[in-house]
Ligand binder design. Structure first.
Ligand SMILES: Cc1cc2nc3c(=O)[nH]c(=O)nc-3n(C[C@H](O)[C@H](O)[C@H](O)COP(=O)(O)OP(=O)(O)OC[C@H]3O[C@@H](n4cnc5c(N)ncnc54)[C@H](O)[C@@H]3O)c2cc1C
Length: 373
């Protein structure tokens, strides 16, 4: 059985990995180099965590996600993950952390509530005034995203039945007949075509443009003062919403950078436009950093990085069969990477095993607790 995959981000590469593990043939087309630094998946790190607000389906799926990463570490011969634990903070009427704790308690994975008065002692690098509720979970951590993508590219390059076509843009897909046409006019056919084109998806499939919207996002990398670097390297991930801007903080585990971003979708921008950002755009986030992070006046901005992802209204993943031979694979809304390995493995199983497409789409949308059957 042969599959064509359009897109060499974590979703396309993981699906290729899943298919190759089962002995199937794959042609993967990527418009840029492999890895492509413009892809959503190519950044130093991405977070994985159990707390998921009201989304019980995704909270349950985290254990499947960890199991799939472990399988990948085995195949790559290296683990690209650092556990950090998860600290979730709420205040000023926001209640994402509490809702997450309620959902997790319902599925048997309780978060520990930390009395607000204990926060200064337990997390001395945070200024927690304004925090009304705080929750802790030992699980969760940092996936070294660009190392994972590079590791997958290396691994797949050595698989006899996988062909990776870097710098080969696909101009047109026919999901009914199972074919793609590249920008140079070459036509390729297969039993199945998977479109895993990230923020570029609506370009290839304009009928999805209303549902899957590219969103320009900015993250900030910081250079930390010497007296804080070692402490933050052992610090937790922080998911915080106590004011107008909610932020997430990725600690600089194992020599990676210290990164902070916000949870607001821009729902605008062109992934092919120049990627420049100014500090002005980040002002509300920087203000929040100033009040939450002790000694922030001594932090230096190292890099403002512009990144694109695709967003749906309900933030659920779109992994659906389209046409007789096509799959659209868009598990994003800014939270897809953590599920990359499990999304790829499961889609490979559904394609190769003829599992029910509707059940698969429902599982990927986080609407059931267990894997597709
Ligand atoms: C700022 C930011 C922070 C994030 N934080 C987290 C996090 O903490 N945890 C988490 O789980 N997720 C997070 N995400 C989301 C996660 O990174 C994405 O969900 C995931 O990387 C999407 O992978 P993908 O393979 O679908 O897309 P991409 O990685 O963008 O890959 C798509 C690929 O398709 C290629 N392509 C597109 N069109 C064509 C074409 N016509 N022909 C050939 N190739 C084509 C592109 O060049 C690209 O390489 C974050 C995303 C961003 C931007």
């Amino acid at each position: 059985m042969k599959t064509i995959i359009v897109g060499g981000g974590i979703m396309g590469l993981s699906t290729a990995w899943g298919l190759a593990r089962e002995g199937h043939e794959v042609d993967l087309f990527e418009q840029g180099p492999l890895p492509n630094p413009l892809a959503s998946s190519v950044d130093q790190h991405r977070l994985i965590r159990h707390p998921y607000g009201d989304h019980a389906g995704y909270a349950r799926m985290i254990d499947e996600a960890f199991a799939a990463w472990d399988l990948l570490w085995g195949d790559l011969g290296q683990r690209f993950y650092a556990p950090t634990g998860t600290l979730a903070l709420n205040g000023n009427g926001a209640n994402w952390a509490e809702r997450s704790a309620t959902v997790l308690a319902g599925i048997g994975r309780s978060m520990t509530e930390i009395p607000v008065g204990d926060l200064p002692r337990r997390f001395p690098l945070l200024d927690t005034k304004g925090v009304e509720r705080a929750f802790w979970l030992d699980t969760g951590g940092v996936l070294f995203a660009q190392d994972i993508v590079a590791g997958l590219v290396r691994h797949l390059s050595g698989q006899p039945r996988v062909r990776l076509h870097a710098n080969t843009a696909v101009r047109d897909v026919d999901l009914e007949r199972g074919s793609v046409t590249t920008a140079t006019g070459a036509k390729h056919t297969a039993d199945t075509v998977v479109v895993a084109a990230g923020a570029w998806l609506p370009r290839l499939l304009p009928t999805l443009a209303g549902r899957v919207v590219p969103s320009r996002q900015i993250v900030i990398y910081f250079d930390l003062p010497d007296d804080q670097r070692a402490a933050w390297a052992k610090g937790p991930m922080v998911i915080e919403k106590t004011g107008d801007v909610g932020l997430y903080l990725v600690p600089p585990a194992e020599g990676r950078g210290m990164k902070i971003g916000d949870h607001e979708f821009s729902r605008a921008g062109d992934p092919d436009a120049p990627r420049e950002a100014s500090e002005g755009e980040m002002r509300p986030l920087l203000e929040r950093c100033r009040s939450l992070l002790k000694g922030f006046e001594r932090w230096r901005i190292e890099q403002l990085k512009v990144c694109f992802y695709s967003v749906t209204d309900d933030e659920r993943f779109v992994v659906e069969k389209h046409g007789a031979r096509g799959w659209v694979m868009s598990p994003c809304s800014g939270h897809g990477f953590k599920f990359g390995a499990v999304m790829g493995l499961e889609l490979a199983r559904t394609i190769a095993g003829g599992r029910d497409a509707a059940a698969h789409a429902k599982w990927a949308a986080g609407l059931v607790g267990d894997g597709p059957t």
